[in-house]
Design a protein around this ligand. Structure first.
Ligand code: PMP
Length: 463
């Protein structure tokens, strides 16, 4: 019997093996890896190159943490300088020149009336660690326990931060309606929801029988990010500041995602001019490496030594990369640039909305942009909003990926396509991003089964 040797099979491409092993070995809780099955091996600025040789425009930017994009030269240089200097990389919370420079740079970017009388606490390295620290801080300072937080909020995944987020009810957290014009919790649009939200808050705090004990603090995002890119009106933020100040309730502003120029101001609080009692910062402040801090009014500094500790509070590389990033954004006016370019991108997206019925709303602030995808087969609610269309949004995300564009989904029903490009994105790159997105949306609409998302007719139907 003649033994025929099987033909040698071509080895599977390395990236396929890596992806297969990832799905076999990593937790079922993995997230981005599911919708973005790519294996990044090189990256610079807006561009990521996969192990399969494909290149992608990255509008996820490490969930908004890469203000300068991937591997920006000033960030790499700052990291190399620390490595070459022989400085220790890990120092708990000891003082170092690198940390001193970081703190000086950070304070220089904050509104003077806040920074002049502020303290900084270096926390564990994630945004959620800083949120936990902020809660503990205000609880210690006020001797009170309850917290006020908003519908749709996202503050992190550790127990306390999660309890203050939209998805996880908790008895110590009283939930207040966030002003979301497109899906107004009061069924009214046109900005009236913000006024009603403020009144509801005042009423709850002043009604002795409301069942809400005097809280230790209120936490809010100036623009809800994960909640679906929802900018709070400036007048509402000022009302919340006034409501909390007159009732002696510390206001915690979570700028983990909105900070470092993202929304068109260095810090999003600058748009409304409010001065918080506590600022929670992470993501971009570490220049792509893990770093989180809480900055707060010095009167709140009632902690005893060691009251809030942690091993990883002294990451020197992150502080150096962060200081370089903060300085670069400040010196190059990147917040202004984010405001200008973001406004132009929003205007072009408005055109896309006019072409596609499935775009229910386009909104954002600076380079934090969201496109809410809706189900055109359903009936609109009283305020004119259609139900979310998460499947179509996921199809758009996949079509984007096929065209070499990485976008994220967010929002209450994962139906908001989110753009978080680096602040260094050029005009040409922004055009390329929007071209690919428009093309992807048209393709997803075409292939979506049923009339969920028919493109708008280009000619006026004759009567
Ligand atoms: N707050 C906000 C506003 C965030 O967007 C996030 C993360 N997306 C967090 C807190 C939590 O940060 P981390 O994932 O680093 O814990």
């Amino acid at each position: 019997m003649a033994l025929t040797k099987p033909l040698p099979m071509a080895p599977p491409p390395a990236h396929e093996g890596i992806l297969r092993r990832q799905s076999l070995r990593e937790s079922a809780a993995r997230t981005y890896a599911r919708s973005l099955p790519i294996v990044p091996v090189r990256a610079r600025g807006l561009t990521i190159e996969g192990a399969d040789g494909r290149r992608y425009l990255d509008c996820l930017s490490g969930a908004g943490s890469l203000a300068l994009g991937h591997n920006h030269p000033v960030v790499l240089e700052a990291i190399r300088a620390v490595l070459d200097s022989g400085a220790p990389l890990h120092v708990l919370d000891l003082a170092t020149p690198v940390k001193d420079t970081f703190t000086t740079e950070l304070f220089a970017t904050l509104p003077a009336e806040f920074a002049d009388r502020a303290r900084i606490q270096f926390c564990g390295p994630a945004g959620t660690d800083a949120v936990e620290a902020a809660f503990k801080l205000v609880r210690t300072a006020t001797g009170r326990d309850g917290l006020l937080a908003f519908t749709g909020a996202y503050h992190g995944m550790t127990a306390g931060a999660l309890a203050a987020s939209g998805g996880a009810p908790d008895t110590t957290v009283t939930r207040l309606p966030y002003p979301y014009d497109y899906r107004c919790p009061f069924g009214t649009g046109g900005g009236r929801g913000a006024e009603l939200s403020a009144r509801w808050t005042e009423n709850l705090l002043d009604d002795q029988k409301a069942g809400v004990p005097h809280p230790a603090g209120m936490i809010l995002e100036p623009v809800q990010g994960e909640g679906g890119v929802i900018p709070a009106p400036e007048s509402w933020l000022r009302r919340m500041r006034q409501i909390t100040a007159t009732r002696d309730i510390p206001l915690i502003v979570d700028e983990v995602q909105t900070g470092v120029g993202r929304t068109g101001a260095f810090w999003a609080i600058e748009h409304s001019g409010i001065v918080p009692d506590v600022l929670v910062l992470s993501k971009a402040i570490g220049g792509s490496l893990p770093l989180a801090v809480v900055v707060y009014r010095e009167e709140l500094d009632c902690w005893r030594p060691g009251a809030h500790a942690g091993t990883f509070r002294g990451n020197q590389l992150a502080m150096a990369a962060g200081a370089a990033t903060l300085a670069y954004v400040r010196e190059n006016g990147l917040a202004r640039r984010a405001a200008d370019l973001g406004a132009r991108m929003l205007a072009r997206l408005g055109g896309l909305a006019a072409e596609h019925d499935c775009v229910g709303d386009v909104r954002g602030r600076g380079l934090m942009i969201g496109i809410e995808i809706v189900d055109v087969r359903a009936t609109a609610d009283d305020a004119g909003a259609l139900p979310a269309a998460p499947e179509l949004a996921a199809a758009i995300q996949q079509e984007c990926l096929r065209r070499g564009l990485i976008v994220e989904l967010g929002g209450r029903h994962s139906a908001v396509v989110r753009l978080l490009p680096p602040l260094t994105i050029t005009d040409e790159q922004a055009e390329a991003v929007l071209d690919r997105l428009a093309d992807a949306m048209a393709a997803a609409v075409r292939t979506s089964t049923g009339p969920t998302a028919s493109p708008r007719p280009t000619t006026t139907p004759s009567m």
